[in-house]
Write a protein that binds this ligand. Structure first.
Ligand SMILES: [Zn+2]
Length: 380
């Protein structure tokens, strides 16, 4: 193509130069000063993979009830031949109304992609790790929550499972209600006696059986797939709100994995780092101990069924004193992204340090149950 105008010519040179100093990385435009709709997320996730094929790969791990793709990216330079990289996972959670968490996940993608080759720390992460980021794990619910300002819809939490008519209310039975709380649908502590999780009209309905929902099955199957099983070392799932750095387990009070001390020490270090930025104070502990038990949680199930060591839920700002504040004013999205990222860096640094002499073995997951697989990370 001929470039006729000198101005345009200079502009082309400038764009080439800018891309060069930035290591060739670029990200599609995504406005983090406002709340975006699902199509913006979808375009962004696909676009960032398309524009950076040398180190960003699009991941579609399944489809929702309504057929939307469950999208994410893998950010990382390809492993050397015959080697497997350590993997880490960040997600924006699965609760429809928790829009800030979805946006903070995009902030993380921005940080990683734009920082590659221009920021030493991030370059090291991209070279050493495979970083999986899934901004929205419940797009159906998210879309629904954006369709109205009516509280019933705007504050929707579940997915869009069709109505189930075994619901109960104070004076009634057999009420029909829609949706399943994806973070109660995993197979951990699941029981038909769990009240109120057994009530389809509850905001926290666990579903008719564990993994009844395509969204939870997709996450489970990907976590157990040969692509990441045995090399996923840390996972952070973001929700809103409460300023809590949540450790496993949460399906029962005072129940912990054997390496809880390691998880707690690292969580405290990360929370201290976040606090140092603008004094956002996180409480560290299990949600079961701090708030009450919640069965069927994604991170509990992952900690119990895989060798993934550092597994956390972050309840982002604001704190618990503000009631029902799932959607902070959007001008807070970038400050929350910045401070949370500082905590994520503490986790990534620990993962890199702890696994530097460690080579994940080839996966041999096919045909074996989770229980029979050896937790490969124990040898560390
Ligand atoms: Zn949540």
């Amino acid at each position: 193509m001929f470039v006729r105008s000198p101005c345009l010519y200079l502009l082309v040179l400038l764009v080439i130069w800018t891309r060069d100093v930035n290591g060739g990385a670029r990200t599609p435009f995504f406005d983090l000063t406002v709340y975006n709709d699902w199509p913006q997320f979808e375009d962004y996730i696909k676009g960032v993979a398309h524009d950076n094929p040398s180190f960003v790969q699009l991941k579609t791990i399944g489809r929702t009830r309504e057929g939307r793709p469950l999208l994410g990216v893998r950010i990382g330079k390809p492993a050397l031949p015959g080697k497997r990289k350590i993997a880490v996972w960040l997600d924006g959670g699965n609760h429809a109304r928790e829009w800030p968490a979805f946006h903070v996940a995009v902030y993380f993608i921005e940080k990683l992609v734009n920082g590659y080759l221009s920021d030493d720390k991030i370059t090291k992460y991209v070279e050493t790790l495979d970083i999986y980021v899934f901004p929205v794990l419940n797009p159906d619910g998210f879309v629904y929550s954006r369709t109205s300002t009516r509280a019933m819809i705007r504050q929707w939490r579940k997915n869009r499972a069709p109505e189930n008519c075994t619901g109960t209310g104070p004076f009634q039975t057999d009420i029909c209600c829609e949706g399943v709380d994806l973070n109660r649908n995993y197979d951990i502590g699941f029981s038909h006696k769990n009240y109120p999780f057994n009530n389809p009209c509850s905001d926290e309905f666990q579903g008719p059986r564990p993994f009844s929902e395509p969204e939870t099955r997709a996450v489970r199957d990907f976590i157990m797939s040969s692509e990441i099983y045995g090399r996923l070392y840390a996972l952070v799932s973001m929700h809103t709100h409460g300023q809590l750095w949540i450790l496993p387990y949460n399906y029962q009070k005072r129940t912990y994995p054997q390496d809880i001390k390691d998880l707690e020490i690292l969580a405290n270090r990360a929370a201290d780092r976040v606090f140092a930025y603008r004094e956002t104070k996180y409480r560290v502990g299990t949600a079961a101990d701090m708030l009450g038990t919640a069965t069927g949680g994604a991170t509990d199930w992952i900690k119990k069924n895989t060798p993934t060591k550092y597994v956390y839920v972050l309840e982002l700002p604001p704190d618990m004193k503000t009631w029902f504040a799932f959607q902070v004013k959007p001008h807070w999205l970038i400050p929350i992204g910045k401070e949370t990222w500082l905590g994520i860096e503490v986790i990534f640094d620990q993962v890199v340090e702890e696994t530097k002499n460690f080579q994940p073995t080839e996966p041999t997951t096919n045909g074996t149950s989770a229980d029979s697989r050896s937790p490969r990370f124990r040898q560390l």
